[in-house]
Design a protein around this ligand. Structure first.
Ligand code: PMP
Ligand code: GLN
Length: 449
């Protein structure tokens, strides 16, 4: 008995010594707390960096994508009503995979749009913005070494998400087929043979974004059909980021790849209330797709976020219910927003052309990329230290001219950043007075020697 006690104490002492030795054996104390390897390379964020610039220099902000005008009253009032409702439970946790009222109306909407019946309980997941839907999809569907095909330019978070899941991004760039004169986002195309060459046994899926950020490209039925056929041939997933699904300009039409023959089974589609109802600060998004694919997302979601804000989901649900009721009327917000944005798009295209840039006219979304290199003699890029010219251009313009845009090389892989460097991205979902201000500032700058 005594002997056992002595042995136990001796082994405790020896364990403590081993622990101490282990702590001391770290080459430097800090290395133990370094960023884990799987997150290395993900340190830089264009949004963090450029929001800092906005705060410091207070330029006219045509950078990050958000409206500077009020969100529609029906949804903001619905939020106020939800938060102050007699129903105390509207301020408490709701169902983890999505508030019942919201999943029901989302299922009703997408059942109508896809012409198939979606099961609200198993085929829809409500997330913290489209970001979390993307994260849960990539995290939930990536084994170490799985390849994801990503088209450049891409919404920047796709790559860090793939890398932190130990996946491998494989890139293909959209390139303008016409480099003379005015450009449309439809001119930006992928090489079909090159895309075909990227698919292989290790391909887990392809991530597409239509309407596209930053180009505004609305993928055609033919392009989507081509992608769909490759996905079927190689038995891969398609992740379709459709956060700008309602922001499509006449005469273009948004095609949901999930609605193509035999594609629902392999597609996860992602949406955002931030974009749909002009409430980017609400951070409510969703993913929909077949139950067996959504299951993996549920596993990630339940162990990270678990559930999203109840009153926000209630208000978004009410917004959808109201829009669905007036779906065939011109005042339906899904269509009226794109109509209201069209003159803003055209105003921005004219103002950028007048300044001397060459804009790509978007078919959808609320961004415009423009080639700024004709202005290179007017900017002192040498005053900035960034590696990429578009970073130097946008920073110099922010500090010296007072207009902020986003450098598109942030949306390219390291090897292909040069493809974005001659362009700048501006956001045009802004009040007319602010677009006018942009025009005045840029024209005044242009006229100076
Ligand atoms: N995808 C794209 C293409 C985006 O532009 C954005 C930014 N809104 C997101 C996803 C993320 O959307 P959310 O703000 O809903 O997280
Ligand atoms: N999606 C928006 C954009 O492209 C905002 C992204 C963000 O702030 N992370 O500007």
């Amino acid at each position: 008995m005594m002997f056992t006690k002595i042995c136990t104490s001796a082994s405790k002492v020896s364990n403590s010594l081993t622990t101490l030795r282990n702590i001391r054996s770290y080459p430097a104390v800090m290395s133990k707390f370094d960023l884990p390897t799987r997150l290395k390379g993900n340190e830089k964020s264009i949004w963090v960096e450029y929001i800092e610039l906005t705060l410091k220099y207070k330029p006219l902000n045509l950078g990050q994508g958000f409206p500077d005008f009020h969100a529609p009253e029906n949804v903001t009032k619905a939020l106020a009503a939800a938060a102050t409702s007699d129903n105390a439970l509207l301020n408490q946790y709701t169902r983890g995979y999505g508030h019942p009222r919201l999943i029901n109306i989302l299922a009703k909407l997408y059942s109508k749009l896809l012409n198939r019946t979606l099961d609200p309980t198993n085929e829809i997941l409500v997330t913290v913005g489209a970001y979390e839907a993307l994260y849960a999809t990539i995290q939930g569907h990536t084994n170490s070494g799985d390849e994801w095909i990503i088209m450049e330019p891409f919404f920047d978070c796709y790559v860090p998400m793939v890398k932190s899941a130990n996946g491998i991004p494989r890139f293909i760039a959209l390139k303008p087929k016409n480099t003379n004169g005015p450009l449309s986002s439809a001119d930006w195309v992928f090489d079909r043979q090159e895309l075909e060459g990227l698919f292989n046994e290790k391909t887990k899926g392809i991530i597409i974004n239509t309407p596209h950020n930053p180009l505004g490209k609305v993928f055609t039925l033919d392009e989507l059909q081509f992608i769909a056929n490759l996905a079927k041939k190689w038995n891969t997933l398609v992740v379709s980021d459709e956060v700008y699904e309602w922001l499509v300009y006449e005469p273009y039409k948004h095609v949901r790849i999930a609605s193509l023959p035999d594609m629902y089974e392999r597609t996860i589609t992602i949406g955002s209330a931030g974009k749909t109802f002009s409430v980017t600060g609400w951070k409510i998004g969703w993913a929909y797709g077949p139950a067996h694919l959504l299951y993996n997302l549920q596993v990630v979601h339940q162990n990270s976020v678990y559930t999203c804000a109840t009153p926000l989901q209630e208000a978004v649900a009410i917004g959808f219910e109201q829009e669905l009721e007036r779906f065939d009327r011109p005042d339906c917000y899904f269509f009226s927003l794109a109509r209201d944005l069209l003159p803003k798009r055209d105003y921005m295209a004219k103002l950028l052309s007048d300044v001397g840039m060459i804009p790509t006219i978007p078919e959808g979304g609320y961004f415009m990329v423009a080639n700024w290199t004709t202005l290179r003699d007017k900017v002192r890029l040498e005053e900035e230290t960034d590696e990429n010219r578009d970073y130097r251009f946008t920073k110099w313009m922010t500090k010296n001219v007072g207009v902020l845009g986003i450098p598109p090389s942030a949306f390219y892989s390291r090897e292909h950043k040069h493809l974005g460097e001659d362009n700048v991205r501006y956001c045009f979902i802004k009040k007319d007075e602010n677009l006018k201000k942009a025009s005045e500032i840029l024209m005044k700058w242009k006229s100076q020697q």
